[in-house]
Design a protein. Sequence first.
Length: 521
Amino acid sequence: MNSGRTKIIVYSIYLSFFLVLIRLFYWQVIKSDELKRQLILQLYKTDKIQAQNGNIFDSFGNQLTFNRPIYYLSLYKPNLKSLPDIIIKIKTVKTDLKTSDLSLLDKFLNLDSNKWITLSSDFSQQEKEKLNSLNLSFVSSTKLEHPYQNFAQHALAGLEQYYQKQLVGKAGFSWSSKNAVGQTILTNKIWTSPPNNGRNLYTTINPIVQNNVENILKQGVLKYSADKGSVVVMSSQTGAILAMADFSIASTSATLNPIIADLYEPGSIFKPLVMTMALNSQAVNSSFICTGCSQPRVIGPSTITNWDKSVHPDSSIYDIIKNSDNIGMSYIIDHLGLTNFLSYYRLLNLDRKTGIDLSGETKPILKNYWPDIDFATASFGQGFALTQIQMISAFNTLANNGYWVKPYLVNNKSTLPTKVFDLESTNKIKDILSYAVNNSPVANLKPPNLDVCAKSGTAQVAVNGGYATDNAIASYIGFSPCVNPKFTMLVTINNPKTSTWGSSTAAPIWFDIAASLPPLL
């Protein structure tokens, strides 16, 4: 054998040995994790242990939601015979399949490359049982159900979305040895990673108050031929939401909560806040007299008048609120000044979300430019927009001795109250509000044993840069009793046909609800 052939043989042996080493390195190092996974899959089976969803409870401990078993369907084409018949059967049993799932099934049937799909529609226990004979794959889960129809509908939906991660929990798994046909070998050890069940939510919703609010609100919307209405009741000291309800003649979104999502101009219910700003900054004092209130006020091309075109010469701060005097309030805000107004506006969190623990809260838009007429009309709640939850939270500072507290339904421990007004100023505005209630037509609505500090309002609805002439939002806001109040409540009625005035529509609803509250709180 010549030396050249010998070298070729030797080099070939070396090369083969080297290639074997590379191949071994590839399998033992590079592919080791994948091979281990394949081995585990051959020797062990993994089962998912579904976590239980948490539930939502009212303040009495009554369960407001329940876990209903549901199932998600998967189809693996190689395991299925007569696929067209199977798909027809699925569509027959599940008549409310999502449009996306119907499209997915059609593609699955017609595309050979599509071997595996999972539908997003959930199947009930009964629907699953009707399909069990078809060799289909189902994965179990649970879904929160609201058994009490529309009770606190928007509040519960908002809580579910806001606390979704806590409610859902985390699934667990079990690993067990299996034989050649995939059956568990019971004599071998089973490893388990238990699930973390979802967190239960214990809310501040008082079920009796909520039920009363919903019934009285519905009756009121129908009585005053309104489009819709809303009520929110808050604990004055803590910010806890005791009841939150809305009712609409037309069908409403299952998730859109108008109390936190809809922006509107608050109207005259904003006047006590501006008056308190002026008192607190010492821009006016208790002896203030409106010397310009004997006639409408002209600002540029615009004229400020009162709701009934009347005037109230030499009005005191008490009478400006009692008479809901737009002219008088325009002078009060002049004394306050724009810088002070915007400072209090921010302290009252009117330029941002309140942070209530509900999904869907809308952030208001703070104006950067305030013409003289816009600043004047802001004194009676026009020219800017808020949500109802912002409005009641801001007004509640008058009840809560000048402190703003964050509204909440589950937990408020991490948020400290914010001081906005001095005690002297809030005591003065309480006197003014009590005087206004007891010396106005709404006094006839007030039960003799109920001490109330409140204000009515009628807000025009902004449309295309102007205001609608055939639509208004009537409202009534207040707290009771005036000293150490137990609750603050806002009633809002949209487009009442019998009367546009808050004192004639929202106020009766407010007092009907308020009359039932003291024994419950």
